[in-house]
Ligand binder design. Structure first.
Ligand code: AMP
Ligand code: GLY
Length: 424
């Protein structure tokens, strides 16, 4: 089968790495890919959000199945477009992807269907007087979120009134997120333990993958700015017990699938539940994404023993019940090697060395890399993901990740030293 994967990060490298283990996959392309991905696939020079260009490519090259990594092509309707052209594709249609690309849609959907989430109000930029009055009498900390996609930066936690007023000004007047910030959600601050759970859905049924935990802040101990994610581990057994997972299924995943279908937007693809688990082990939804998480994918997919291509096809063709998920016993921990300065300004083009010294207890997924004149160079904020694994325990997986991360050298390399520790 000829397969096309869309995207260029560590998540897509993990997807490609696992897909090529499938005997079903005879040829694999990735658009646009990166230096690591393009070693095992045919790189296609089309951007992930150029959905018309991707359609032309898929038709010309007789692609039989397409897997979408990032959120932007989903928001643009790539699944609707490919499906209308008779092409099989893994992911949700545009109206179902609203669970991610409109926070207001997601919050209102949860409210009307009794899915547990933080209390909230929504405001439009014409409501400035109303929002200021709300801020005056709110409880702090308070969370302000841009409605639309903001590359993971659209959530601001405000400690007091002044910060909240400043944030609203930046969103409504300075338009730091453009039109994505013209509507906002203001919500209650939730306390507890965060976890990520992926459900692979086919519109009616689903299966869940092992829970994981991301490390979103740039600094150790969850300090400093929010990033795309600096590391992750799985399974997150301490944060999500069997009992908690069953609450997540019954209170979150099942109602999402049931009511999205009832409301005319059946959900296929990966439903990413970003959850806060409170002290009584009750889950609350912080956010939905409608695609795999990055870097959680780099620790979740390697746990799958069964065929990933079969799983994706079962999801896309409404047949997930027939798929038998098999997992291995390993623990996984991935450490992101970033460019110093990320998530703000950073330099690229630094030569990367040491990838030939990686031991057999680790897998390196490329995120922001490119190749030039035979040299491997940094090409982004998040550069590489070093995933260590062990059947013995999480601690061993963490050690393998860090031992191998140390062997990789490039100028301005930055990593967090505490990935996975919260899972011990
Ligand atoms: P999001 O982009 O929605 O995942 O939000 C980014 C991060 O902000 C989350 O991972 C949480 O750490 C934090 N966050 C978002 N909403 C809330 C909330 N209601 N209460 C506490 N923390 C939150
Ligand atoms: N790791 C967070 C995300 O993918 O949105």
């Amino acid at each position: 089968m000829k397969v096309l994967v869309i995207g260029s990060g560590g998540r897509e490298h993990a997807i490609v790495w696992k897909l090529i283990q499938s005997p079903r996959v005879t040829e694999i392309f990735c658009a646009p890919g990166n230096a690591g991905i393009n070693k095992t696939t045919k790189g296609v020079n089309i951007k992930a959000d150029d959905i018309d260009g991707l359609l032309i490519f898929a038709k010309e090259n007789k692609i039989e199945f397409t897997v979408v990594g990032p959120e932007v092509p989903l928001e643009k309707g790539i699944v609707d477009l490919f499906t209308a052209n008779g092409l099989l594709i893994f992911g949700p249609q545009k109206s179902a992807a609203r669970l991610e690309h409109s926070k207001i849609f997601a919050k209102d959907f949860m409210k009307r269907n009794n899915i547990p989430t933080a209390e909230y109000e929504t405001f439009n930029l014409n409501d400035e007087a109303k929002v200021n009055e709300y801020i005056e009498f709110a409880k702090y900390p308070l969370v302000i979120k841009a409605d639309g996609l903001a590359a993971g930066k659209g959530v601001i936690i405000c400690q007091d009134k002044d910060e909240a007023k400043q944030t609203v000004k930046e969103l409504f007047s300075d338009k730091i997120f453009g039109s994505a910030g013209e509507n906002i959600v203001i919500e209650e601050f939730l306390e507890g333990t965060e976890a990520s759970v992926f459900a692979i859905c086919d519109g009616e049924n689903y299966l869940v993958l092992p829970a994981s935990q991301d490390h979103k802040k740039i600094g150790e101990g969850e300090t400093g700015k929010n990033t795309g994610g600096m590391g992750a581990y799985a399974p997150a057994e301490k944060a999500v017990s069997h009992e908690t997972m069953s609450k997540i299924k019954h209170r979150v995943i099942e109602p999402v699938i049931k009511y999205m279908k009832a409301e005319g937007s059946e959900f296929r693809g990966c439903l990413y539940c970003g959850l806060m688990i409170d002290k009584n082990n009750n889950p609350y939804v912080i956010e939905f994404n409608t695609r795999f998480g990055d870097p959680e994918t780099q620790v979740v997919l390697p746990k799958i023993k069964s065929d990933l291509c079969d799983m994706f096809i079962a999801s896309a063709s409404g047949n997930i019940q027939s798929y038998k998920l098999e997992l291995n016993e390993n623990y996984y921990c991935t450490v992101v090697l970033a460019s110093e300065g990320y998530p703000d300004k950073y330099e690229t083009g630094k030569e990367i060395k040491g990838l030939d010294r990686i031991s057999s207890e680790a897998i390196v997924f490329h995120a922001g890399t490119r190749e030039e004149n035979g040299k491997l160079l940094t090409n982004g904020g998040r550069v590489l993901n070093v995933t260590g694994f062990s059947p013995i325990g999480l601690k061993e997986a963490i050690n393998f990740a860090y031992h191998n991360a140390e062997r990789i050298k490039f100028e301005n390399k930055y990593l967090r030293e505490d990935i996975g520790l919260k899972g011990l």
